[in-house]
Design a protein around this ligand. Structure first.
Ligand SMILES: [Zn+2]
Length: 219
């Protein structure tokens, strides 16, 4: 898609090819001498890198940790609810099923989307981006950049899951003599949300566009 006023095409020159380097701390763009092995930002003195060093490795580590924690988040007890007449221990999925069966379809759908579908879709998206960057894929960089922006935007709303649990707790507490306790899955779930957000921050989306260039920029 051509945009008016934007002359650079998908395979056009990138800043790094012209020796321009943005400081990761203060964002100042400066010209870096290609021969110099170590360069520092003229404004804040931080070390300059064309690309965030080790971003792919750190992103992988966070994504793998999130996949591992996603298992206890779904297998362990998320919430214990008790009242005078009943006592329930629910995982995320059994909670969704219970909500559906008792007629709270809307809340069941929200909890399913926020707690099961979105975290998994975010992890799959990050995995796809990481694999494509490591294979130096030139496939549809604009769509992949959009996907990254989407994952980044969703990250801010991930705490929705926590709100859902809070909302459920409030609903149950409204009934007399009822108690609600968060189970161990809540900790794992919170960790998945936070680690996925860190993984998204760690990923350098400029890496998507680098394979379209002849030169390589690692540092
Ligand atoms: Zn700086």
């Amino acid at each position: 898609m051509e945009r008016p006023g934007v002359a650079v095409t998908a395979g056009g020159p990138i800043a790094a090819a012209r020796g321009l380097c943005a400081c990761h701390v203060c964002q100042l763009v400066s010209r870096r001498v290609p021969e110099a092995s170590v360069a520092h930002c003229p404004r804040c003195g931080a070390r300059l890198h064309f690309r965030r060093p080790g971003s792919v490795q750190r992103c992988w580590a966070l994504v793998i940790a999130s996949y591992i924690l996603y298992i206890p988040a779904n297998v362990l007890i998320m919430m214990e609810t008790g009242s005078l007449i009943s006592y329930r221990r629910d995982t995320i999925v059994s909670g969704v099923v219970h909500l559906w069966k008792t007629g709270s379809w809307m809340i069941a759908v929200i909890v399913f989307i926020a707690s099961v579908a979105i975290p998994l879709l975010k992890l799959f998206s990050l995995t796809l981006l990481l694999i494509s960057v490591q294979r130096r894929s030139t496939w549809n960089p604009r769509q992949r950049t959009r996907l990254y922006r989407l994952v980044e935007a969703v990250g801010r709303w991930s705490m929705l899951d926590i709100y859902v649990v809070t909302l459920l707790a409030a609903l149950v507490q409204l009934g007399s003599m009822a108690t609600v306790k968060a189970g161990p899955a809540a900790v794992a779930f919170g960790a998945v949300v936070v680690l996925t957000m860190f993984a998204t921050m760690e990923f350098d989306p400029r890496l998507i566009w680098d394979p379209l260039q002849k030169e390589e920029f690692h540092d």
